[in-house]
Design a binder for this molecule. Sequence first.
Ligand code: GDP
Length: 327
Amino acid sequence: MKHLLSIDEYVEGILNKDISVLARAITLVESSKAEHQEISKQIIEKILPHSGKSVRLGITGVPGVGKSTFIEIFGQILVQKNHKVAVLAVDPSSTLSKGSILGDKTRMEKLSIDDHVFIRPSPSSGSLGGVARKTRETILLCEAAGFDYIIIETVGVGQSETEVHQLTDFFLLLMLAGAGDELQGIKRGIMEMADGIAITKCDGNNLDKAKIARAEYANAIHLFPPTESGWIPEVKTCSSTENKGIEEVYNMIEKYIRHTESKKFFHKKRQAQTVFWFESLVQEKIRNYFFSDDKFLQRYNDAKNSVSKNETSILNAVNLVFDKPSF
Ligand code: GDP
């Protein structure tokens, strides 16, 4: 890492839209060193009043569904509409797989060289919650640097979607038109979180299949409980290679924003998300407080051992861990 700047230099650089300073501040956010965390905390505190003015769009879907090809085209449409776009990745599995999902910049050739676009791969390590928290702070920094459309990409294979849902205003699920059992590929929970679905690769031989899938998903969505904002998720078809239907996805998101703003839901949802992250950080602190205490750890492990051998009930074991004068 290059030498550190002063807090004010970071803050000024970010507010002056200096991308290299922004990138260096994000590196601090991602660092696990206590010193870096302290600095990044102070930077965030100062840029906070300048954050928030963006559309935060989550895009998820299984590997191969066409996320990066979609973002490449979608991002260019956003730039044409005078948006400044940041693309961030949340990929907690990247330490296990070959690398970050956005590590290979050639995946978005045109976007990655566009001056109005900032592409940042996922932090390369850390727990799921940790990666999502860092992404949340990165969003704030990007907003303060003038990016007004933030795309957060995740691989739609599991738990990370729940976290990313708590980071975004609109959650877009990309789906492939399968043969037949369309609804089985992706977990129902993820579908229920989606504000919109786009069936990708609606071109060539896939055209008819995609249209059938669209109708099936639209039907399935109507069976879900109504959303708090009253918004009914929409299902679109698109082809990134033929640049068809992508603008419709943009329009759907715009419509959603108008809908939720008119109902004051947009702001309410962001407030609830901030509270969610506050609560989860407090819980993390509490966990760390206990688990960094050797005496507690000893009791915890002893109790766990007893439970596993059926020597005591779970309830009693929990009491054994906590019912000591020092706690
Ligand atoms: P990701 O893993 O979700 O990011 O998927 P990619 O964007 O890397 O796409 C996976 C494969 O699908 C690549 O070979 C793309 O060329 C192809 N692909 C992506 N979008 C489309 C599309 O709209 N139509 C067709 N026919 N192929 C596509």
